[in-house]
Design a protein around this ligand. Structure first.
Ligand code: COA
Length: 502
């Protein structure tokens, strides 16, 4: 314990997770660490879930908390609290099946936010007061500063803003993570803001440790448990083809002199397709790449190991068990090549624009005019959330969205007349890629975009329907800038809901 908790005053605060969970007021807003299944508290949320479940069983059915995090967490946090019916409201991102089910059943409120917006919304008080922060750390230094864990996320903001702090010191996390973080403390609210002094993905602009006022710490809980560490699927034929189109396009951009040979810093979204694109870069001709991204998945680690990727800046690791073992075995190598930053910095519009990031994100569907839905199934049901995709798509140099051209065994076209929910408007979307091909929409008017998207990206089985829609819209007497048949624009979705096929 002394090794990991070097602040001796805090030894007196060491207690069980159950005791710590008792200190969280019912109805509190609780800011927990955690981003993409990394660095989340593992014991206190489960103990809190057990306490809330017991209260529910005793008839206190309104015993719940407001849960704020960096992004998605894991079954021990989101899953446990949701199963206990313990979350009243959730922000800013989740991907947990029980949370999703409760949000879509109207039993849990969900505020789906751009991840770069969360810190300032908390400072301004738009989210209400933050009562307690529960943050996983690797260790506590003698002066109370904290060695961050496998994600940084919103921890700096939660530790600043919360009235009280509970720390989980996870002995399972590698102490050699120390030094891999860059915590910038220079952000302010306007009009006090100053330029953030970062001009390359690898610049260190802050300190390796999180600051925390020890007098706010009400409990320290010791844990010894791995992160979620989900394995990725092997790249499918579809994702390999998407990766192929994308890499060919990037090569073309370099040849055209629009990008340097080492490209611009890469951002890669979450999920299997994004991971497959990174795997595709492994056999590409590009060298000395850099990444300014949110999450470091297996694919990026591979690129770092082989030297294709020179440096990666992110806010979280999200590794499979195999990749994590390799990471831990070679952590000194990776510490020279990775910086984990607060998500307000990893996703900061100023920095993403300055660096000229290549933003590559997954989507659920795009429409013929280039609007993208990343979050909702059939217009109404949440899938995960917008995450950082908007931060990167709006502000990057290149904004790329990718998906298979169909879903659910070909019954759904991912290219539709009108998206059933808008996350990224036509103004923020430059490139759409499916396994069918790539549409470069830069500089095109809506009708030109529609032509290209259907031709290049739609599945052949849905193209005739799309051409027919476009043709009839053009001759309907509607405005010819972005022709639509308003009675029909969402009929593909309602047909799917009615018949099980678009
Ligand atoms: N209509 C209905 N369902 C669809 C669909 C569509 N047009 N397209 C995909 N789906 C379903 C799939 O069938 C799959 O369902 P299942 O889980 O029941 O099998 C699910 O959506 C996920 O699709 P998949 O093809 O596996 O894609 P993915 O893992 O690449 O994820 C997103 C795609 C959009 C869900 C994911 O990228 C995401 O959540 N994005 C938003 C957040 C984000 O971009 N974060 C990164 C910022 S750094």
């Amino acid at each position: 314990m002394n090794d990991r908790i070097q602040n001796t005053a805090l030894h007196a605060k060491v207690m069980s997770a159950a005791h710590a969970a008792e200190l969280i007021p019912i109805g509190a807003h609780v800011g927990m660490s955690g981003f993409t299944g990394a660095g989340y508290p593992k014991a206190v949320p489960q103990a809190l879930a057990a306490r809330l479940a017991a209260l529910h069983a005793a008839g206190h059915t309104q015993a719940r908390i407001g849960l704020w995090t960096g992004a998605s967490t894991a079954p021990e946090l989101d899953g446990a609290l949701a199963k206990a019916q313990g979350i009243e409201m959730r922000l800013p991102y989740q991907s947990d099946p029980t949370c999703r089910q409760q949000i879509n059943a109207g039993q849990m409120l969900y505020t789906d936010m751009h991840l770069s917006h969360v810190a300032q919304a908390a400072w301004y008080g738009f989210l209400g007061p933050l009562d307690v922060a529960v943050v996983e750390v690797v260790g506590i230094l003698p002066d109370g500063r904290l060695i961050p864990s496998t994600s940084v996320g919103n921890n700096k903001t939660w530790l600043d803003q919360a009235r009280q702090v509970i720390l989980e010191v996870n002995l399972h996390q590698n102490p050699a993570l120390a030094g891999m973080h860059d915590i910038y403390n220079g952000t302010h609210l306007p009009p006090q803001r100053q330029p953030i002094p970062l001009t390359h993905a690898g610049d260190r602009i802050g300190e390796p440790y999180l600051q925390c006022d020890p007098s706010k710490v009400i409990a320290v809980v010791i844990t010894d448990q791995a992160d979620r560490n989900t394995a990725f699927d092997a790249p499918s034929d579809v994702s390999n083809r998407i990766a192929g189109h994308l890499i060919e396009f990037l090569q073309h951009e370099v040849k055209a002199g629009r990008m340097p040979a080492q490209l611009l810093p890469l951002q890669s979204g979450v999920g299997n397709t994004a991971n497959a694109v990174l795997a595709g870069l492994q056999s590409s001709p590009f060298e000395h790449l850099s990444a300014y991204t949110e999450v470091l998945q297996d694919g990026m680690l591979d690129l770092l190991r082989t030297g294709k990727l020179a440096f990666a800046s992110a806010t979280a690791l999200s590794l499979s068990p195999t990749a994590l073992a390799e990471f831990n075995a070679n952590i000194d190598f990776y510490r020279q090549r990775i910086l984990l930053r607060p998500q307000e910095i990893s996703n900061h519009p100023e920095l993403i624009r300055r660096l000229g990031v290549i933003a590559m994100n997954g989507m659920i569907e795009a429409d013929i005019y280039g609007n993208v839905n990343s979050t909702h199934i059939m217009g109404s049901a949440i899938m995960n959330g917008i995450g950082g995709s908007g931060d990167f798509a709006r502000n990057g140099y290149l904004s790329i969205f990718m998906s298979a051209s169909t879903a659910k065994d070909g019954k759904i076209s991912c290219i539709v007349p009108m998206v059933s929910h808008h996350d990224h408007t036509e103004h923020d979307v430059q490139i759409i890629v499916t396994e069918q091909g790539l549409a470069d929409l830069r500089g095109l008017a809506p009708t030109q975009r529609a032509q290209l998207i259907v031709e290049r990206c739609a599945h052949p089985s849905f193209r005739p329907q799309l051409w027919d829609y476009m043709d009839r819209a053009r001759h309907s007497g509607a405005g010819l800038h972005t022709p639509h048949l308003l009675d029909e624009a969402l009929s593909w979705h309602s047909r799917y809901l009615r018949t099980g096929r678009m």
